[in-house]
Write a protein that binds this ligand. Structure first.
Ligand SMILES: Cc1cc2nc3c(=O)[nH]c(=O)nc-3n(C[C@H](O)[C@H](O)[C@H](O)COP(=O)(O)OP(=O)(O)OC[C@H]3O[C@@H](n4cnc5c(N)ncnc54)[C@H](O)[C@@H]3O)c2cc1C
Length: 428
């Protein structure tokens, strides 16, 4: 027997789960006619345990609250609005979200509090914060819960095959189930099977780097600031967490990673504090260390007959600006709007004409962000001598220009390019 749906979203990562939750609430389609295919049931949150806290900030440190999850993401204010529209935001434990109020970016040859350090503040644009550092798992669970509560069909079976026909697509699940859909949304990550079945080619770039991710405690408080230092070996981010600790994303050449990831904690702490130029004093490792391969990917097209790609299935960018998940959420919102407009006109939501509107809205924006991240990664990484002086001089000029600083702050808020209506209400 084949179950029939209007929309099947393949992949219950953050992008797919949020898009599915938006679709059940805003697309004008009967919720039971929207399905979400998950690879595996979502993990439950960690069991509560005293976190110990750090740096005297956050307030939650002394409570019996589980320590932060290892994987966190910087969520822009635009993404916050989308998660609200998806019904997920109120389901989050607000105590575990850490608002960040400013960003401080500096280069290896400069000082964090010097002229050449770029500091942009939510207050510059009259906002209370630039966004939140949130736990990836918590965001995902909230989106899934919202999707289910609104009546969407969550199917715990990965996609094993996809055939695209003129009027519908036929999906085969690994447990033998067969589904039909007028529109298949590929939210199945960088190795997307939907993308492959739709015959969409990709351009990839291997940075030949890995990012080490860990939670650390710092001697001094994080000041609700996202710190980013561009070292010649790669960017290093220090993101504030709700319990006063911080999350690091430390990009390094492949050859350098094993010693830091698997070596002694003491050596790691010393090297990290040095790499951060002691900006928050000594650092102490407070979690396991994991590494992630860094690459970029851009699909040549986001759409094919009866298919649309969103999130990492369509684009992967360098994590240095913490934008990948934010872009994926915006993709889902733009697609939801295209589908809802089609449904209101009684059009087929899987028609290419409808999907073209989605692609036009998102592809150029995402490509621009990818190019900007690659340029930053390359520019800062390679800068020595005169080039380094030029970059520091440029940062210092930006720092002194109110208009440019406001433009950067707006970018962090998520207010760049043409935003979907669902996110536009986020910020002026
Ligand atoms: C170190 C690091 C730090 C980052 N920090 C940030 C940040 O601060 N802010 C930010 O915005 N972004 C950040 N990103 C990027 C962000 O993590 C990704 O862009 C985002 O997680 C992509 O989500 P996704 O749902 O599109 O893809 P994925 O997370 O890859 O999810 C895809 C889902 O599809 C499922 N799937 C795959 N195949 C199938 C199948 N055949 N059937 C069913 N399901 C399937 C997978 O199991 C998975 O659940 C970071 C990335 C890295 C590597």
């Amino acid at each position: 027997m084949t179950d029939s749906y209007d929309v099947v979203v393949v992949g219950a990562g953050l992008t797919g789960a949020c898009a599915a939750a938006l679709l059940v609430r805003h697309a004008g389609i009967e919720p039971g006619r929207i399905a979400l295919l998950a690879n595996a049931p979502p993990q439950q949150p960690a069991v509560a345990a005293g976190s110990g806290g750090a740096g005297g900030e956050g307030g939650a440190a002394s409570e019996n609250i589980a320590p932060p999850e290892l994987r966190v993401v910087a969520i822009s204010r635009a993404s916050e609005r989308l998660l609200r529209a998806a019904g997920a935001w109120p389901l989050l434990d607000q105590r575990r979200l850490c608002p960040y109020e400013r960003m401080r970016v500096w280069q290896q040859d400069a000082a964090a509090d010097g002229d050449a350090a770029l500091c942009f503040d939510a207050a510059d644009v009259g906002e209370p914060n630039l966004g939140y550092i949130a736990e990836s798992g918590a965001l995902l669970r909230a989106c899934l819960e919202s999707f289910r509560a609104a009546g969407g069909a969550l199917i715990d079976a990965p996609l094993s095959a996809l055939e695209i026909g003129a009027d519908s697509a036929r999906l085969q699940c690994s447990d033998g189930r067969a589904l039909r859909a007028r529109l298949v949304v590929g939210a199945d990550g960088a190795r997307s099977r939907v993308r492959e079945a739709a015959g969409i080619a990709v351009r990839t770039r291997d940075y030949r780097q890995l990012a080490i991710v860990a939670t650390v405690r710092t001697e001094r408080p994080h000041q609700h600031t996202a710190w980013q230092r561009f070292l010649r070996t790669g960017p290093l981010a220090l993101l504030p967490l709700f319990d006063g600790s911080s999350s690091i994303v430390w990009s390094l050449d492949e050859a350098e990673v094993p010693a830091l990831r698997d070596g002694s904690k003491g050596e790691f702490n010393l090297r990290l504090a040095a790499a951060l130029d002691g900006v928050l004093g000594d650092t102490t490792l407070a979690s396991e260390r994991r590494s992630f391969v860094l690459h970029s990917l851009a699909a040549h097209s986001y759409i094919a007959a009866r298919c649309a790609l969103i999130g990492d299935a369509a684009h992967v960018i360098h994590p240095l600006a913490g934008q990948g998940a934010n872009l994926g959420l915006l993709d889902g919102a733009a697609l939801c709007e295209a589908v809802s407009a089609a449904v209101a006109r009684r059009e087929d939501p899987g028609a290419l004409r409808v999907l073209r509107g989605y692609e036009q809205q998102r592809r150029t924006h995402n490509l621009t962000m990818d190019a900007a991240m690659s340029a930053l990664q390359f520019g800062f990484g390679a800068a020595r001598g005169p080039a380094s002086w030029l970059i520091n001089r440029g940062l210092s000029l930006v720092n002194r220009s109110g208009a440019l600083k406001r433009a950067f702050a707006r970018q962090a808020l998520g207010n760049a390019g043409e935003l979907p209506r669902l996110a536009r209400a986020a910020i002026g």
